[in-house]
Design a protein around this ligand. Sequence first.
Ligand code: NAD
Length: 281
Amino acid sequence: MAAKIIDGKAISASVKEQVKAEIERDGLDIGLAVVIVGDDPASRVYVNNKKKACELCGIKSYEYALPAETSEEQLLELVDTLNADGKVNGILVQLPLPEHINEKKVIERISPKKDVDAFHETNVGRIMIGNFAFLPCTPAGCMELIHSTGVEVSGKNCVVIGRSNIVGKPMAMLLLHENGTVTVCHSKTKNLSEVCRSADILVAAVGRANFVTADMVKDGAVVIDVGINRLENGKLCGDVKFDEVSEKAGFITPVPGGVGPMTIAMLMRNTVTAWRIQHEE
Ligand code: NAD
């Protein structure tokens, strides 16, 4: 039987509506600073989409588009300025940064209270112990999509392919916090297909087009495709071979229109959370 398509576009639209309603209800004046260095076309698209979402939700966005030759010191200075700016509640530095800039150093410079991507070590540590202020946007979006299926995570076999700091590892943590039995696979994993076939919930965050094939998927599984890959013909595709896997899975996210829009919706939610954290004291 064909899988039910999880409509990330519709679910993300409803999250953004909730954020907008909350901002209107409480009369919040919220600002998000988006910093982009250089002219990577994919980063430009992401930044534009984030700005559009801000507009829709009623969040002010302040864009800082810096040239590729910006020095690390200049970028750190900008982060300091934004940390001190009361109008700015969230700071997002679009990755990747040019090679001459140390990404880790920049992320660590962002105030943890304005770290709406949840990449700062303080926020990563808080995710580990389950005492989080912000959830990392992409894994949080994946959790919303999983919840939308009505499938309980508790007690399920969950397999995450990929162990990056921004997707795979925090994804595994969020599933674990909901009592999933979690396996994290990576490039050195043996018997990957067999491990994946044990998954009731399978999350692919590999970055390789059509990597997950039907023989790797259990009948009826929930399949969340985080991958964004550009094919030679210019089309976007995920890590999952959608046509064949959608014949076997119970639920599946499309690419585009699955995880991508959710990531941005979660960023909007985190920006409201940031405002609240900053106004707690
Ligand atoms: P990454 O390159 O940092 O990590 C990829 C992971 O895949 C690594 O941990 C690696 O061990 C694993 N891997 C590579 N080859 C493998 C193999 N043969 N078998 C098993 N595992 C293997 O990538 P990332 O930043 O985690 O992103 C993953 C994908 O998700 C990319 O396509 C990226 O564009 C996409 N992404 C999407 C969103 C979104 O909003 N939808 C957000 C972030 C990343």
